[in-house]
Design a protein around this ligand. Structure first.
Ligand code: FSX
Ligand code: SF4
Ligand code: F3S
Length: 314
């Protein structure tokens, strides 16, 4: 084993993570990416013996920070630390020590240093009306901040439904003219929607890039196909089905874990693309439909308007 790799496993051990835990995570990641089992050790190498650690600048705009919170806390108690091994996080307001002018200076310096090479991860929507006046950081509009960073990135990942499609800020009547980052700046973004998105889909996108040297294939809404290629309904354990245009619920299952289909309670699973049933949340504990709540379609464009009223059947 190379020294770099050995050091990595030692650092893991110090954090209380066994090699077995880590391999379990890599197996899960490999399956999520739709790769066969022979890739598990290669995925492990991406973390343990990285050839490169791409610089990342992480920006926050109009959002609830649920995306970063979900990412930093919910998957595994140690996943944030693993991810910090994977990337070189140059700027992230939620966890960085710097504040005020110091923070603004460090953003400028990071963009200058990594021009054309960094990945920009963005959270939140951007106000576009009144020159972006509906949201400011340090006296500058979101629009201005985004324009001074994103055009210099090698790639931009929009994390969460707000950054991807505008989210709740863009719901009617949307006085500030909020839009997703791609639309607001007229740039191509890799969209990882969900309110909040599943952290595994962000890590998977980065691993895909480092492992295969390219960004994942995207659907028409800019979402990685490995995660958003199938509907919730298609993968659901409470599955019902359509028959001659009518929805037929597969009642009668005595399996308490499976439960009954939530279609009549308004479930939007048949029109929502995401991998919640397999990726699940909180360390694989559960996901909305398993916990008894209909899917509200949180990873679809414009879902606050398009999917509501949430508790009426489609
Ligand atoms: Fe939006 Fe994320 Fe929902 Fe919240 O950053 S997708 S409101 S979970 O925090 O942007
Ligand atoms: Fe489909 Fe929702 Fe019923 Fe699951 S609960 S089978 S996703 S309609
Ligand atoms: Fe969102 Fe539906 Fe998954 S509401 S979290 S896409 S089950």
């Amino acid at each position: 084993m190379e020294k770099k790799e050995k050091d990595f496993y030692e650092r893991l051990e110090q954090k209380g993570v066994t090699r077995r835990d880590f391999m379990k995570y890599c197996t899960f990641m490999t399956a999520t990416l739709g790769l066969n089992a022979s890739f598990v050790s290669k995925v492990a190498d991406v973390f343990a013996a990285p050839k490169e650690r791409p610089p990342v600048i992480w920006l926050n705009f109009a959002e609830c920070t649920g995306c970063a919170e979900g990412f930093l806390r919910s998957t595994y108690p140690w996943i944030d630390e693993i991810v910090l091994e994977l990337i070189n996080l140059e700027y992230q307001e939620t966890i960085m020590a710097a504040a005020g002018h110091q923070a603004e200076e460090s953003l400028k310096a990071a963009v200058k240093k990594h021009k054309g090479k960094f990945i920009c991860i963005t959270e939140g929507a951007i106000g576009t009306k009144y020159d972006g006046a509906y949201g400011k950081i340090g006296g500058r509009t979101f629009l201005d901040v985004a324009n001074s960073v994103i055009p210099h990135a090698a790639a931009t990942i929009a994390l969460g439904s707000c950054a991807s499609f505008g989210g709740i800020q863009a719901a009617k009547p949307n006085p500030g003219g909020f839009k997703g980052v791609g639309e607001a700046l007229n740039v191509k973004t890799i969209n990882i929607p969900g309110c909040p998105p599943n952290p595994v889909n962000l890590v998977g996108t980065i691993v895909n890039y480092l492992l295969l040297g390219k960004l994942p294939q995207l659907d028409a809404a800019g979402r990685p196909l490995f995660a958003y290629g199938r509907t919730i309904h298609d993968q659901c354990t409470r599955r019902g089905h359509f028959e001659a245009g009518e929805f037929v619920m597969e009642f009668g299952s005595k399996d308490a874990e499976k439960g009954w289909c939530l279609y009549t309670l308004g479930c939007r699973g048949p029109m929502t693309y995401n991998n919640c049933p397999t990726a699940k949340f909180n360390d694989g504990t559960s996901w909305p439909v398993q916990a008894g709540h209909p899917c509200i379609g949180c990873s679809e464009p414009n879902f606050w308007d398009a999917m509501s009223p949430f508790y009426e059947a489609m």
